[in-house]
Design a protein. Structure first.
Length: 399
C-alpha cells in the first residue's frame, strides 16, 4: 500500500480541479454542503483578530479555501460580502502535505498569496513544525485526515499541537465515522483498537470506469465519539495541558462519497448524485431519486433508530416539495418534527413566491437549490456526533 500513490492516481483522473459540479473532488455537495457544515460548526470557536493556521494534510490548500469562504449564519447561498474570515485576517497559512502533485497544485493556485506557504511533511511522525516556529492559533485537519493515523499517532499530534499552540489554541480533528451508512457492511458491535478499513478512491469514477480500473487501496481509521474522548484524555496527559472538547459533530449522513459505489454496502443509492443535481444551474432533478431507502442491519439498534428517523425527516421534506411542485395539496406525516415543519414552510413560501415572477426556470435555479440547503440543515440539526456519517469532527481548545 502507498497512500501517496493512491492519491496521485486519483489526482490524475483530472477530477481534482476546482470546481467540478456534478462529479469530482470539488463537486456541488463538497462545496455547498460539506464545506458549509464544517464552517458552521467551527466558526463559533475561532479566535478573534488575525490568526495563524497550520493545515495538516492540506491537499492543494483546502483549509485556506474552507476558512476564507466562511460566512455569517443564514447566508444561503454564501456571499462574498458576508465573509467572517477574509484572507487579510489570516496572518499566516501553512499547508503541510505529503503528496507532491497536490502541493504543486496548491502552490499554483495560491502563488500570489503572500500569506500562504506549503511544505512537504508526514504528520504521522508528530507535528511537522520547525525549531523556533511561532505557535499557531488554529491547527486544522479536514476530510478524514487523522484517519491516516494510528491512535497513538493521533494522540501525539493533538498533544504536540497543545504544547506548541499553548493556551487558547484551537484544533479541528477530522476522522471517518465508524457507523456511516456508506459502509454498513463494516459495522462492528465491539470496535477494536485502531479499527481500520481498506479505503479506495473509487467514487471519482463512473460505474464502467470503476469496474475496469485497478485502484490502490489504503487503510483509514474508523472513529466514534467515545474513542475520540479517550484519545483527547491521553493527549491531555501527554501534553500536560488541559484540552477541552468544544464540539463533536457528524458530517455527510446520506451524501457521503461512497453512497453509490457499492464498495462497502450492498444497497447503494445515488443520493449524492441527486443532491449534486439540485445545485446544478439550469438542471431539473427527478425528486424521486432523492428518496432514502434505509435498510436496517440487525443488531445495531441505536444506529438503526437514528437512520430511520433521519431518513423519515429527509423523505418527508422531499415528498412535500414534490407535491408543491406538482400543484397537489402538500401534507406532512403526523410525526414530522419541528425542523421538518419549519423547512417545509420555507419551501411552501418559496414555491408560492416564485410562481408569478418572470424568472428563467425558478424550479431549477431557485427552488431546487433551496431544497438542498434545507436537507443540509436537517442533517445539522439531527446529527448526533457519534460517528454515524462519512466524517466525525472534534473541535478542541487548549485551556
Amino acid at each position: 500500500m502507498d497512500v501517496t500513490k493512491a492519491y496521485s492516481q486519483a489526482f490524475h483522473t483530472g477530477l481534482y480541479g476546482k470546481p467540478t459540479g456534478l462529479r469530482g473532488k470539488y463537486d456541488n455537495v463538497r462545496r455547498f454542503w460539506e464545506d458549509e457544515v464544517t464552517r458552521r460548526f467551527i466558526s463559533r470557536y475561532l479566535p478573534e483578530g488575525k490568526i495563524r493556521v497550520l493545515d495538516l494534510g492540506c491537499g492543494s490548500g483546502d483549509g485556506y479555501e474552507l476558512l476564507t469562504g466562511m460566512t455569517a449564519p443564514g447566508a444561503d447561498p454564501p456571499r462574498p460580502d458576508n465573509r467572517v474570515l477574509p484572507g487579510d485576517k489570516i496572518e499566516r497559512y501553512t499547508g503541510v502535505e505529503i503528496n507532491p502533485h497536490l502541493l504543486e497544485q496548491g502552490r499554483s493556485i495560491y502563488r500570489k498569496h503572500g500569506n500562504v506557504t506549503f511544505r512537504q511533511g508526514d504528520f504521522s511522525r508528530g507535528l511537522p513544525v520547525e525549531e523556533g516556529e511561532p505557535p499557531y492559533h488554529l491547527y486544522l485537519t479536514t476530510y478524514g485526515t487523522l484517519s491516516h493515523c494510528r491512535d497513538a499517532e493521533s494522540v501525539r499530534i493533538i498533544a504536540d499541537a497543545a504544547r506548541h499552540g499553548g493556551s487558547g489554541a484551537v484544533m479541528v480533528a477530522d476522522w471517518l465515522g465508524c457507523y456511516s451508512y456508506e459502509w454498513q457492511d463494516l459495522w462492528l458491535e465491539q470496535l477494536p483498537a485502531d479499527h481500520f478499513m481498506d479505503y479506495v478512491v473509487s467514487y471519482l469514477l463512473d460505474e464502467e470506469e470503476r469496474s475496469s480500473t485497478q485502484l490502490e487501496k489504503f487503510p483509514l481509521r474508523l472513529m466514534d465519539k467515545s474513542t475520540i474522548l479517550e484519545l483527547v484524555d491521553r493527549a491531555e496527559r501527554d501534553a500536560g495541558r488541559p484540552i477541552r472538547v468544544l464540539e463533536i459533530f457528524d458530517r455527510s449522513v446520506f451524501v457521503g462519497r461512497h453512497m453509490e459505489t457499492a464498495d462497502y454496502h450492498r444497497h447503494p443509492q445515488a443520493l449524492r448524485r441527486a443532491v449534486n443535481s439540485l445545485w446544478e444551474p439550469g438542471r431539473r432533478t427527478d425528486l424521486r431519486e432523492l428518496r432514502v431507502e434505509y435498510l436496517p442491519r440487525e443488531g445495531f439498534h441505536r444506529a438503526n433508530e437514528y437512520f430511520r428517523a433521519a431518513a423519515e425527516a429527509w423523505n418527508d421534506l422531499v415528498e412535500y416539495t414534490a407535491q408543491l411542485l406538482s400543484g397537489a395539496a402538500p401534507g406532512l406525516s403526523p410525526a414530522a418534527t419541528p425542523p421538518v415543519r419549519q423547512a417545509a414552510e420555507l419551501m411552501r413560501s418559496l414555491v408560492a413566491g416564485t410562481a408569478s415572477l418572470p424568472l428563467e426556470d425558478p424550479r431549477a435555479n431557485i427552488i431546487e437549490p433551496q431544497l438542498a440547503y434545507q436537507l443540509r440543515n436537517l442533517e445539522m440539526v439531527l446529527q448526533r456526533g457519534e460517528g454515524m456519517a462519512h466524517g466525525i469532527v472534534a473541535v478542541l481548545r487548549v485551556e
